[in-house]
Design a protein around this ligand. Structure first.
Ligand code: FAD
Length: 244
């Protein structure tokens, strides 16, 4: 497998850092190829505007999707974006490694998506969901949380104070990964990484190792397919599939 890890943590000694280093070691030892974008180490610029382009379609009014479509025609993406797009297009498996921040991605990683997932190249023109550009490839979230105990129980459960972790991750898993065609693997979650014992953190590293080495046989989340929706993009009555 060709695995691309987009890593979003400012501290190399963090548990997120340990998870990414461990992933690289374990995957390479098993004969897989790994590329990592360590966003803070790269000083990746997450702001999305005309800096994304060397080309200009409309100098008077900035519409990002218009500029993206044009840049795709004339090779007008800025070099930092092209470098990330090439890694994205190279991989069979995309992994986001991050601490959960405000029930979401850290801004540097959200900015990476905003800039790299460009209209005309990564989505658009009928290329979405099952028909997406990255159909046949896999994507997975690997995250740490501050709250929650050793499993999907308690505060991040359906009836927990924070609500279901699956609902929290739906905008990323479905709205980003699935939207552009990836098969989305269940997330790997190291719960309460800062408060966990060293033994627990060791166990998380081993659990993650297992998750990585069994990616080829791991079932993707069973999202409905496009054919399960009617002409108004409403789930058909006949479709009995879960949405997250
Ligand atoms: C802006 C912000 C928003 C947040 N929002 C949320 C939220 O919405 N929901 C939520 O649940 N949490 C939230 N948090 C908490 C955050 O998710 C956690 O602090 C984070 O996930 C912990 O992961 P870490 O890698 O930063 O841990 P660290 O604190 O860096 O690491 C944990 C421990 O692991 C140790 N460690 C490092 N390497 C190893 C190794 N190889 N083996 C064993 N131990 C090791 C480290 O030394 C450290 O003691 C938020 C935090 C911030 C700053």
């Amino acid at each position: 497998m060709k695995v691309f890890i987009v890593h979003a943590h400012a501290e190399p000694q963090s548990f997120n850092g340990a998870l990414t280093r461990h992933a690289k070691t374990v995957l390479e030892a098993a004969g897989h190829e790994v590329k990592i974008s360590d966003l803070y180490a790269m000083n990746f610029d997450p702001l999305s505007d005309r800096r994304n382009f060397t080309s200009i379609k409309n100098p008077d009014y900035y519409r990002q999707q218009t500029e993206e479509a044009y840049a795709n025609e004339v090779n007008g993406f800025a070099p930092d974006i092209v470098a990330e797009m090439e890694k994205l297009e190279w991989c069979d498996v995309l992994i986001f490694q991050f601490p959960l921040w405000w029930f979401s991605l850290p801004a540097i990683l959200k900015g990476w998506v905003d800039r790299v997932f460009a209209f005309g190249r990564v989505y658009g023109g009928g290329k979405w969901y099952d028909n997406g550009v990255f159909q046949g490839k896999k994507a997975m979230l690997s995250l740490t949380t501050g709250g929650g105990d050793s499993s999907i129980k308690g505060i991040y459960s359906e009836t927990g104070l924070n609500g279901s972790i699956h609902n929290i991750l739906f905008p990323i898993n479905h709205g980003i990964f699935r939207f552009v065609g990836f098969d989305v693997l269940p997330p790997f979650i190291a719960w309460g990484a800062s408060r966990a014992s060293d033994e627990k953190r060791q166990a998380y590293l081993e659990e993650y190792q297992q998750r990585l080495l069994t990616i080829p046989e791991t079932q993707a989340i069973a999202y409905p397919s496009l054919k399960d929706y009617d002409e108004n993009f409403e789930l058909k009555q006949s479709a009995s599939v879960k949405q997250n």
